[in-house]
Design a protein around this ligand. Structure first.
Ligand code: FES
Length: 143
């Protein structure tokens, strides 16, 4: 499948990584090695790309992925306290997956929904104007 979709050229590095992440939810070692071999790109370059872009991940996420925007508008409108509240109530630090693999909490760059700040992405769906009062309900949905 990879061979048919992406000819062996460096140009296809990011499209191939995005495709594999979409298929498997993250980029395990075998996927990085396959892309390197197929595109004839050094494995270190593939690893570098996979770890440089915030939308790509090499570790498997929890069952739920919660991302809090840390862009200027969101941070200015309470995004930091939303992140701290989520971290406290979910019992997971930003950038980590909870010990039971239930929720991964992350910061994310501007989601281009600035007028709706602060925004939180939950399993691919953005929620705008999130307030501290919304956090208990959100946490309940994730448990
Ligand atoms: S700063 Fe958060 S959506 Fe732009």
């Amino acid at each position: 499948m990879l061979r048919e979709m992406f000819p062996p050229e460096r140009t296809y590095l990011l499209p191939a990584l995005h495709y594999l992440q979409e298929e498997f939810g993250h980029l395990p070692d075998w996927a990085l090695q396959t892309v390197a071999w197929h595109l004839r790109v050094p494995p270190s370059e593939v690893y570098g790309a996979a770890t440089s872009y915030s939308e790509l991940r090499i570790d498997a996420p929890g069952r739920h992925l919660v991302r809090v925007c840390n862009g200027l508008s969101c941070w200015h409108n309470g995004g930091r306290s939303i992140l701290e509240l989520l971290s406290g109530q979910l019992g997971v630090q930003p950038g980590e997956t909870g010990t039971n693999s239930r929720v991964t909490l992350e910061e994310t760059p501007c989601g281009f929904l600035c007028p709706m700040a602060p925004v939180v992405e939950v399993d691919g769906r953005w929620r705008g104007r999130v307030a501290a009062a919304d956090i208990p309900r959100l946490v309940k949905e994730l448990t």
